[in-house]
Design a protein around this ligand. Structure first.
Ligand code: FAD
Ligand code: 2HG
Ligand code: ZN
Length: 407
C-alpha cells in the first residue's frame, strides 16, 4: 500500500477552515483524491490512503473556541484531541459525553466522522444526540455552516446527521463543532462494560503493571460498572447496595469497589488495555458487532468451537449498548483462519439482525460487507447522496460504500 501526501495547515494560522476549503477546491478541480485524517486511531482503515490520495491531517486545527457554562455548549475545532476536551470540561465541573481508550490521540472530528460510541454511551447516548451543530467543508471546497445553538429547530432536514458517521466520505469536519457537555448530576450509571476471562488473561500477561483486583479464582465474566453522580456518599451507598443485592441473588460471585480515583483508573486500565494487549499478543482479527444482548456471547462460543485450538477467541465490549468486540488472536496472520471466520461471522450477525459495525465504521476493511446490515435499496440511496455531494468521488475513495457502487 503506497502512502499518500500529507498536508497540514500552518501552525498559528487563524484561518484554517479557509485553507481546508482551498485544498479541497484545488483537489476537486484536478480530480485528486483526498483522505481526511484525524488521530489515525480508527480500526477499519478509514484514515489510511489506499493509493496516492492526498492526506488532509486535521491535527493543527485544535482550538477550543468557546464554552458556555449555562447551556453546557462547547464549540471547538475538528482537530481537538478528545482527552484535551475531557480535561478542559472536567476542570469546569462538566463531563464530556464521550470517552474511549484512544482518547489520548483521537480527535473530535474523527470521533464525529466515525460516530464513535465509547465508554459513556450507555449514559449519555450517541453523538447524534450530543452534537448540536457542525461546520463541514464539502468536496468542492464549499463550507456548510450547520452550527446553531437552538435546542429546537424543525426548519427542514437536519443535515448534520448525514455527516455524523460518514467516515470522511461526504465532507471534512472543520472549525467549530458544538458538543453538549453534561452536568455531573442525575442518575448515576455511566458505564457498563464486560470482558471475559480470556480478555483479562491477555491484559495480565501482556501489559506491565496491571493487577487483577480480585483473588485469582477463575471467573468466566467480569463487569466494570462506573457511576457518576452528584452526591458521592449517596452514590457509593447505592452501588454497595446493588453489589450486595446482586451477590445475595447469586448474580455475581465476587466484586471490588474502587476506593479512590487511582484505583478506579487501574480498573479502567484493564478494560481499556485489551486492544493494546491483543496487539502485543500477535495478529488479531477484529469484529465490532451489535447483537441482542442475550445472543452476544453465543457467537464467541461458536467461534471457539469452529477454530478449536488454532486461535484465542476473546469477547468484551459495551454490554450496556449490546456491542460485542469479538477479537480473534493468533501468533501470525493466516488466510486459512480468515476463511473460517468470514463470512461466517457476518452471516451469523445478519441472521440475528445485528450490525456488522456497531461503532468503528466500515472504512476500507468492511465497506464490501455493508449488505449484511443494510438492504440494497438503502445502500443505493447512500451512493446517490455521496454522488450528489461529491460528484467526482474525491473524498475518501474506496471507503464506506461497497466497491461495486463507489466509482
Ligand atoms: P481517524 O482514525 O484519523 O479517522 C477515522 C475516520 O474519520 C476516517 O474515515 C477519516 O477519513 C475520518 N476523519 C477523521 N477526521 C475527520 C474530519 N475532521 N472530518 C471528516 N472526516 C474525518 N471507537 C469507538 O467507537 N469506541 C471505542 O470505545 C473505541 N476505543 C478504541 C480504543 C483504542 C485503543 C483504539 C486504538 C481505537 C478505539 N476506537 C474506538 C476506534 C477509534 O479510536 C475511533 O473510531 C475514533 O473516533 C477515531 O478518531 P480519529 O481522530 O483517530 O480518526
Ligand atoms: C474498545 O471498546 C474499542 O476498547 C476497541 O472500541 C475495540 O479493538 C477493539 O476491538
Ligand atoms: Zn468499543
Amino acid at each position: 500500500m503506497k502512502s499518500g501526501w500529507r498536508l497540514q495547515t500552518q501552525t498559528g494560522c487563524t484561518n484554517t477552515k479557509a485553507q481546508v476549503s482551498q485544498i479541497l477546491k484545488y483537489c476537486n478541480s484536478r480530480c485528486l483524491a483526498v483522505v481526511p485524517q484525524g488521530g489515525n486511531t480508527g480500526l477499519v482503515g478509514g484514515s489510511v490512503p489506499v493509493f496516492d490520495e492526498v492526506i488532509v491531517n486535521m491535527s493543527l486545527m485544535n482550538n477550543i473556541i468557546s464554552f458556555d457554562k449555562v447551556s453546557g455548549i462547547l464549540v471547538c475545532e475538528g482537530g481537538c484531541i478528545l482527552e484535551n476536551l475531557i480535561t478542559f470540561l472536567d476542570n469546569q465541573g462538566f463531563i464530556m459525553p464521550l470517552d474511549l481508550g484512544a482518547k489520548g490521540s483521537c480527535q473530535i472530528g474523527g470521533n464525529v466522522s466515525t460516530n464513535a460510541g465509547g465508554l459513556r454511551l450507555v449514559r449519555y447516548g450517541s453523538l447524534h444526540g450530543n452534537v448540536l451543530g457542525l461546520e463541514v467543508v464539502l468536496a468542492d471546497g464549499n463550507v456548510i455552516d450547520m452550527l446553531g445553538t437552538l435546542r429546537k429547530d424543525n426548519t427542514g432536514y437536519d443535515l448534520k446527521h448525514l455527516f455524523i458517521g460518514s467516515e470522511g466520505s461526504l465532507g471534512i469536519v472543520s472549525k467549530k463543532l458544538l458538543m453538549e457537555a453534561k452536568r455531573k448530576l442525575g442518575e448515576i450509571l455511566s458505564a457498563f462494560e464486560f470482558l471475559d476471562s480470556k480478555s483479562l488473561d491477555l491484559v495480565l500477561n501482556h501489559l506491565d503493571g496491571v493487577r487483577n483486583p480480585l483473588p485469582p479464582t477463575l471467573h468466566k465474566f467480569y463487569i466494570l460498572i462506573e457511576t457518576t453522580g452528584s452526591d458521592e456518599p449517596y452514590d457509593r451507598q447505592k452501588l454497595e447496595g446493588f453489589l450486595l443485592h446482586a451477590m445475595e441473588a447469586g448474580l455475581i460471585s465476587d466484586g471490588a469497589l474502587a476506593q479512590d480515583i487511582n484505583q478506579a483508573s487501574s480498573f479502567w486500565r484493564i478494560r481499556e488495555g485489551i486492544p493494546e494487549a491483543l496487539m502485543k499478543a500477535g495478529a488479531v482479527y477484529k469484529y465490532d458487532l451489535s447483537l441482542p444482548v442475550e445472543k452476544m456471547y453465543d457467537l464467541v462460543e461458536e467461534m471457539r468451537t469452529r477454530l478449536s485450538d488454532s486461535a484465542n477467541v476473546v469477547g468484551y465490549g459495551h454490554l450496556g449498548d449490546g456491542n460485542l468486540h469479538l477479537n480473534i488472536s493468533t501468533a501470525q496472520y493466516d488466510d486459512g483462519i480468515l476463511t473460517q471466520i468470514e463470512p461466517f461471522v457476518y452471516e451469523w450477525t445478519s441472521k440475528h439482525r445485528g450490525s456488522i459495525s456497531a461503532e468503528h465504521g466500515l472504512g476500507l476493511m468492511k465497506a464490501n460487507e455493508i449488505f449484511y446490515s443494510k438492504p440494497t435499496a438503502t445502500v443505493s440511496l447512500m451512493a446517490s447522496i455521496k454522488k450528489m455531494l461529491d460528484p467526482k468521488g474525491i473524498l475518501n475513495p474506496y471507503k464506506v460504500l461497497p466497491h461495486s457502487l463507489s466509482s
